[in-house]
Design a protein around this ligand. Structure first.
Ligand code: FES
Length: 362
């Protein structure tokens, strides 16, 4: 039975067969005994090296080189095909067939580009790059000057062994394939923006304009001021929105409003907005200024509007300023008035962009 000097405990026979005891010393002083576990599995070493056909036959090597650059050129063709498909098969609104064709041909082009690029790179590595077994000893992560110098050396070796400097056709075709491959993404993202219209202007404007009646969502019936009782709240849309044939949802996503009636004396209105409400009735954008969820929960006692997505709260009594949550700015107010028949109408569009902030909001 062996003895562990640092702990004072005895080691069993099994312990002593599976460990080595190493006495460590600093200067002349013995400070303890280290225990080093033996490897559980012996290192089997490398199998015998088998040269590839491309190492033995120059014609096979040339053939592999041709295959690799042909695949990279094929990748370029696939990327260009995807761009051409985007232009030749545009998406026509209300035509599902055009969406199918557009997706099909763009997909075929991108698949060809990626597949050829991948296969070419793998074939290059397996058939042409330097073929030699090697092993790296594990070492501390900390890098020393020698390690850094070795890294540079390895990089240079890789450069030599892969032949990227020597095989100009392969290198250039690979660079070409990598440069062309992202181009379909550029044209696809451009397709997300509205055609023929300035996207910033679209974000700034809603369907509200001077004289538009406030209507109930979703029926579209106009609302009389006398129908809005104290403490009530209504989800509101511009009159006429329910009858739109195209773009109804897009318009609603910007123009939705929440209407609330409070005691006029409870309203703390900004001086410049003194004429924006009617007898305690105020209208605010329903689109949360955080990330655009509908702010639909009105708490009558506290006058708070709650966004259910991330719990932002707005105080309707205090020009809908943020009192809690991640939203950073107050809900935009819609200036309202009453027409000669007693219906609530907008005085104008919102005077600031609704919804989340965006890059050119000012
Ligand atoms: S979207 Fe309203 S709080 Fe996040």
């Amino acid at each position: 039975m062996a003895s562990d000097e640092t702990s004072g405990k005895d080691l069993t026979a099994a312990d002593s067969s599976s460990v080595e005891h190493v006495t460590a010393a600093v200067g002349t002083a013995v400070v303890g005994t280290a225990v080093v576990a033996r490897d559980a599995v012996a290192n089997p070493g490398f199998p015998p090296h088998r040269p590839r056909i491309t190492d033995l036959d120059p014609r096979a090597e040339k053939r592999a080189e041709r295959t690799v650059y042909t695949l990279f050129y094929l990748s370029i063709v696939g990327s260009i095909f995807a761009i051409a498909a985007y232009m030749i098969f545009p998406i026509v609104p209300e035509d599902p067939g055009s969406v199918r064709l557009n997706n099909l041909f763009i997909g075929v082009g991108l698949a060809l580009a990626l597949l050829a690029l991948g296969i070419g790179a793998v074939h290059w590595g397996k058939a042409l790059m330097h073929d030699e077994e090697g092993s790296d000893e594990r070492h501390p992560v900390r890098g020393s000057d020698e390690t850094r110098a070795r890294a540079v050396e390895i990089f240079q070796e890789a450069n030599t062994e892969s032949g990227i400097g020597r095989r100009a056709v392969i290198r250039n075709s690979l660079i070409g394939a990598l440069v062309v491959f992202p181009l379909p993404a550029v044209v696809l993202f451009r397709g997300l923006a509205p055609q023929d219209q300035d996207p910033v202007a679209l974000l700034n404007q809603t369907m509200w304009k001077k004289g538009t009646r406030l209507a109930l969502d979703p029926s579209g019936s106009p609302i009389k001021a006398s129908d809005v009782t104290l403490g009530s709240s209504f989800a509101v849309i511009p009159e006429g929105l329910a009858d739109l044939e195209h773009g109804r949802l897009e318009e609603k996503a910007k123009a939705a409003v929440i209407l609330v009636r409070m005691k006029p004396e409870d309203l703390n209105q900004l001086p410049e907005r003194a004429t924006w409400s009617y007898d305690g009735i105020v209208a605010y954008s329903k689109i949360c200024t955080h990330v655009g969820c509908p702010v639909g929960l009105y708490e009558q006692q506290t006058h708070h509007l709650l966004c259910p997505c991330h719990q932002s709260q707005f105080d309707v009594a205090d020009h809908a300023k943020v009192i809690f949550g991640p939203a950073k700015r107050a809900l935009p107010q819609l200036p309202i008035a009453v027409d000669s028949e007693g219906y609530l109408i907008a005085q104008s569009d919102f005077l600031e962009p609704v919804g989340p902030s965006f890059w050119e909001r000012q």
